[in-house]
Design a protein around this ligand. Structure first.
Ligand SMILES: [Zn+2]
Ligand SMILES: [Zn+2]
Length: 424
């Protein structure tokens, strides 16, 4: 059971997040059950064992298993449409205790945050796009093609909405994306096991209401229409083992979200900066501030009202530059219309969700994290697909056998191989 008490946690984590102190404005509900206690310290040493990782105050990616009934949500892009070092554009990772993983939007700048999760690309093969703004799928090509050299060996599966006419739909956009990257694909075909380069595009009607668009392995995803700039934006609802995750994407407050997000454990909905801050901090005209901040998007007050109508276990506001000076005002404005459990999202915020508890923490991310190496065995590349250089380009190569030879000798000796240089 939950305590009714709201805890406002302010973390100052300068050591983890660089030189600037970070103020995290988040309301966290706490459970009544006592927290597991650590092994009592010995007389000589401070305790370094005995605390389960899941009880740590920070989340170290790749270090915590999920319980069979647990959902983990990781915010990988929470900022406004223009990326900045602290916040990428929209991207949310949902991981389930059955091993399934889902990405909701892959906006500009999020790919490095995905890589920082230490999840092998083989397991990141499902992407749901809320709409076709660049801040919601701008890193798709990087994630798609980058994944092929990081050993995604199954097609990348993408779900996205139709548009009012075919050229505004997901399928049309992704057909063009593949054409745009035809040179990139050609360079990889003969060099790597390229099975992960295939795209599996599932387009569904943007105006379908609560229809199932995904139903596998006990996980159901539905879509509902969203209202955002022109027809063709949607929101998503994922349900699994009695847990309900709702991802709004971008939307003006609408009846479909209010009706179908009800019962959500975690309901994410955009909460744009108030128009006055768009004017003072971003140089918008008053008209632009009002139109962008409260008509194309949802202002904090509108977000709060939607949450009051939905009454989720945890309401999450996202899609704004969340800083020490903006967060208090955004929070005050949300509180004009909503008094329930609230988190104002930041990149790397982590939500562990069970039927008994929703725990909100920040990740410990270091810039030196590497993407996870591949786990599955690669097939040798299909060298028949290699496109040869022209005689002109070949004529310019300096083979430098005395330099390159020892490099090959070193590898061949170390790994028992007999590989020869292409350039001789
Ligand atoms: Zn948008
Ligand atoms: Zn957006």
């Amino acid at each position: 059971m939950f305590s009714k008490k709201i805890v406002i946690a302010t973390l100052v984590t300068a050591g983890l997040f660089g030189a600037a102190a970070l103020t995290l404005d988040v309301d966290i509900r706490v459970k009544d059950s006592p927290v597991a206690t650590a092994t009592p310290p010995s007389a000589e040493w401070s305790p370094t064992t005995g605390v389960p990782k899941s009880e740590l105050d920070v989340y170290y990616p790749g270090s915590e298993d999920l319980n069979p009934d647990e959902m983990r949500i990781v915010a990988l892009g929470t900022g406004q449409p223009s990326v900045r070092p602290k916040q990428a554009s929209a991207c949310w990772l949902v991981e389930l205790g059955n091993g399934d993983k889902f990405l909701f939007d892959v906006g500009s700048g999020c790919h490095e945050r995905i890589a920082a999760q230490k999840i092998p690309y083989d397991y990141l093969d499902k992407v749901f796009l809320s709409h076709l703004h660049v801040d919601h799928y701008g890193d798709l090509a990087s994630f798609w093609l980058g994944g092929t050299v990081m050993n995604r060996l199954t097609p990348l599966r993408i779900w996205g909405p139709t548009g009012a006419t075919p050229e505004y739909g997901t399928k049309y956009a992704l057909d063009l994306m593949q054409k745009m990257y035809v040179w990139d694909v050609a360079t990889r075909m003969g060099f790597v096991d390229f099975r992960g380069g295939a795209l599996e595009v599932h387009e569904f009607p943007y105006d379908s209401v609560n229809n199932v668009i995904y139903d596998e392995n006990g996980v159901v995803v539905r879509s509902i229409p969203a209202i955002h700039t022109i027809d063709g934006a949607v929101s998503f609802i994922l349900e699994w083992k009695g847990l309900k995750f709702v991802y709004g994407g971008d939307t003006f407050p609408n009846k479909w979200y209010v009706e179908h997000a009800k019962g959500a454990d975690v309901a994410i909905h955009e909460c744009f900066l108030p128009p006055t801050l768009l004017v003072t901090k971003q140089g918008f005209t008053p008209s632009e501030g009002l139109m962008v901040g409260s008509q194309a998007h949802s202002s904090p007050e509108q977000f709060g009202k939607v949450m009051s109508l939905v009454k989720p276990r945890l309401g999450v506001g996202s899609h704004f530059y969340n800083d020490f000076d903006t967060a208090p005002e955004v929070r005050d404005r949300v509180r004009k219309t909503y008094s329930g459990p609230l988190a104002l999202a930041l990149d790397y915020m982590v939500f562990n969700v069970t039927k008994d508890d929703i725990r909100v923490r920040m990740s410990a991310i270091d810039e030196e994290i590497w993407p996870s190496p591949a786990l599955k065995k690669k097939n040798p590349p299909d060298t028949s697909k290699m496109i040869p250089f022209s005689d002109f380009i070949r004529s310019g190569a300096l083979a430098l056998p005395k330099v390159v030879g020892p490099i090959f000798d070193e590898v061949n000796k170390k790994y028992g191989t007999k590989i020869e240089p292409t350039w001789k």
